[in-house]
Design a protein around this ligand. Structure first.
Ligand SMILES: [Zn+2]
Length: 255
């Protein structure tokens, strides 16, 4: 790919995922510019090394020479006739470093993977993600340019739909736990998701676990660890901790 006659002032990155940073080197090569600023927010924590190794990345913040920016920082750029201002908005949840960029002149938001043009997104931390949705709602953008999928023409409705969908799921989980002893996430999943195929339960369970962690942060549920069969693994006087993960059940109760 070559882009003749194109001059870039800067590159703005929403977050570290490979489908968002993986093209940087090719773009720089295509425009034949090596030294333009590449803006990104610093990760709050380095992602799981197992996930990183599948992408062949050691530390995403070292992927290229980034210029790290903070939330609310404004980046100015010269258009053909206009000066544009893009405000970075920290919207963690999908990833800890996620930024959306608000094009102030048009009140349009580049939402990265926080809000998609179709389907719903995944998240690392639902509690943070919900706060980010409220933050975007308060910005009242007129238009959203998502990282994937078509333009979102009616952001308020879309964001409110995202929020109510998650709240509904919370209520279903709390209802499943009501008047029960502690339940495992998979038991809750099977109560809440009655209409999905067996092979989708593990993905659905992952989702339920995200919701449980959020409800835990809100003080609505508590996790109790039921260590099963530990007596077989830990003999009296033994201090060494064995590989016992498989025998531990994480249970949740409604507060
Ligand atoms: Zn992503």
């Amino acid at each position: 790919m070559t882009l003749q006659g194109v001059t870039l002032e800067a590159i703005l990155i929403t977050h570290w995922h490979p489908d968002h940073i993986g093209g940087i080197r090719d773009v720089l090569k295509a425009v034949n510019q090596a030294n333009i600023p590449i803006y990104k927010r610093k990760l709050l924590e380095i992602p799981d090394s197992k996930i990183l190794s599948t992408y062949g990345i050691e530390n995403p913040d070292d992927y290229t020479q980034f210029t790290f920016i903070e939330s609310n920082q404004v980046i100015e750029t010269e258009g053909a006739h206009l000066k544009y201002e893009l405000q970075a908005v920290h919207t963690p949840g999908h990833s800890t470093d996620h930024l959306c960029y608000l094009l102030e002149e048009e009140n349009a938001l580049f939402s990265g993977d926080c809000i998609l043009g179709e389907g719903t997104t995944v998240f690392e931390d639902l509690h943070d993600y919900m706060n980010s949705l409220s933050k975007i709602l308060n910005l009242k953008p007129k238009l959203i340019y998502p990282g994937h999928g078509p333009i979102v023409p009616d952001p308020q409705t879309t964001i409110e739909h995202y929020i109510s969908h998650r709240q509904q799921r919370n209520e279903q989980i709390l209802a499943a736990l009501k008047d029960k002893d502690a339940l495992e996430p998979m038991e809750i999943t099977k109560i809440v998701y009655t209409d999905i195929a067996e092979q989708l339960y593990s993905a659905a369970c992952h989702n339920v676990e995200n919701h449980l962690r959020m409800l835990e942060k809100q003080g609505q549920v508590a996790m109790t660890i039921a260590a099963e069969q530990t007596s077989q693994v830990f003999r009296e006087g033994e201090t060494e901790v064995g590989e016992n993960e498989g025998n531990i059940a994480y249970l949740y109760i409604k507060l």
